[in-house]
Ligand binder design. Structure first.
Ligand SMILES: Cc1cc2nc3c(=O)[nH]c(=O)nc-3n(C[C@H](O)[C@H](O)[C@H](O)COP(=O)(O)OP(=O)(O)OC[C@H]3O[C@@H](n4cnc5c(N)ncnc54)[C@H](O)[C@@H]3O)c2cc1C
Length: 55
């Protein structure tokens, strides 16, 4: 997530904002998991939700 997942052009001043949105979405997806589900499901869902915005 954050700079490790993507970088935008520095003059857009967006990467810090995007890292905060990433943190919110990944926390939300992890919170939705039942105790039987693997965290990988949350990470896959995070990627599906965030990829279009990052692109
Ligand atoms: C000059 C400048 C101006 C910017 N202006 C803006 C702006 O106006 N608006 C905006 O939204 N964004 C701005 N950004 C971008 C923003 O600062 C970054 O996108 C944001 O900080 C990324 O957050 P991050 O948590 O992904 O990574 P980072 O903030 O880089 O955090 C990564 C952390 O991991 C630690 N780390 C690294 N390796 C390891 C390791 N092996 N073990 C443990 N810890 C490790 C590092 O020490 C660091 O604390 C600016 C960036 C720069 C350089």
């Amino acid at each position: 997530m954050g700079d490790a997942a993507f970088t935008t052009m520095l003059n857009l001043s967006q990467d810090g904002c995007q890292a905060i949105e990433d943190a919110f979405v990944i926390a939300e997806q992890l919170n939705r998991l039942s105790s039987q589900q693997a965290p990988q499901q949350a990470f896959a869902e995070y990627r599906r939700i965030r990829k279009p915005k990052a692109e």
